[in-house]
Design a protein around this ligand. Structure first.
Ligand SMILES: C[S@@+](CC[C@H](N)C(=O)[O-])C[C@H]1O[C@@H](n2cnc3c(N)ncnc32)[C@H](O)[C@@H]1O
Length: 262
């Protein structure tokens, strides 16, 4: 990560980001008002945030296998659960957004790349009871802890896999139906991100949504994001600074790109 790149990208984002009245698309207008600005507190939010509090107070150590772009905060191979929860855990604001997105678009078949302790997974899984979430994590010890967390909050619709995306993603994709929602949140580097995108594109349908996390985390990730949104299959893209959303709706004739305030 370059702090300079992040700061520069954020200023650019603030200048360009629009609210509901800066867009002429009814689809995006509704998305802003009904999803981004929805302030409702769903029951599940409290449950997941209680789990987060518990993890913040868990100072036991696990042996971790560092994947992808690695961690900025600690290079040793043991990590406290509390540290992982603080540094790699989905924020409350973006977790709630994942929940609202899955709910609003009624997305039932969900794939997540990068489970970590399962906070993001939990928001996705609690959004819709009849959904099925598949989540992949490279580090066996983190996956084990995530499974404990899923049990704690009574999740029965999560299927978790352990392995490096580079080796197991193809197999996981081939044994499942097309996905309604894919959340790409691991290995935040340009080439892997683009490789995953090209693989994932074969497992989506016209109403699928792919969300990329940390699209401005580094210059490389911004480059990856720019290529993804320029891809001919992408019809609508939304840059929310942390998340980049891409939609593939066949009925949309002209590509539309939005930078939205969130
Ligand atoms: C930012 S965390 C995921 C956070 C989680 N999605 C959430 O919302 O709470 C990224 C995770 O991806 C895993 N990861 C990174 N690169 C990977 C790879 N190539 N294969 C498998 N897992 C990977 C890391 O071990 C880490 O736990």
């Amino acid at each position: 990560m370059s702090k300079q790149h992040l700061a520069f990208s954020y200023v650019k984002y603030l200048i360009n980001a629009k609210g509901p009245h800066g867009t002429h698309s009814p689809f995006v207008f509704s998305f802003i008002n009904d999803v981004l600005k929805d302030k409702r507190e769903f029951y599940a939010f409290k449950e997941i945030e209680n789990l987060r509090d518990e993890l913040h107070n868990d100072h036991s150590e696990i042996k971790i296998t560092d994947f992808g772009a690695g961690s900025l905060h600690n290079k040793s191979n043991t990590r406290k659960i509390s540290e992982l929860a603080k540094n790699a855990g989905r924020s409350k604001k973006h977790g709630e957004l994942l929940f609202r997105i899955a709910n609003y678009f009624e997305l039932n078949n969900v794939l997540e790349l990068g489970t970590s302790l399962g906070l993001g997974t939990s928001y996705l899984a609690k959004a819709r009871e009849k959904s099925q979430i598949i989540t992949i994590e490279g580090c066996p010890a983190i996956n084990k802890q995530a499974k404990i967390n899923f049990k704690k909050i009574g999740l029965t619709n999560v299927n978790s896999y352990v392995g490096n995306f580079d080796y197991i993603l193809d197999d996981v994709l081939n044994t499942h139906h097309k996905f309604d929602l894919i959340f790409v949140d691991g290995n935040h580097r340009k080439d892997p991100t683009l490789n995953y995108f090209h693989l994932l594109k074969k497992h989506i349908h016209s109403n699928s949504l792919i969300i990329f996390d940390d699209i401005h985390w580094s210059k490389e990730m911004t480059e990856a994001w720019n290529e993804i949104k320029a891809d001919s299959t992408v019809k609508v893209s939304m840059d929310l600074f942390q998340f980049g959303l891409v939609f593939f709706m066949k009925e949309v004739k002209e590509k539309q790109e939005f930078t939205l305030r969130f």
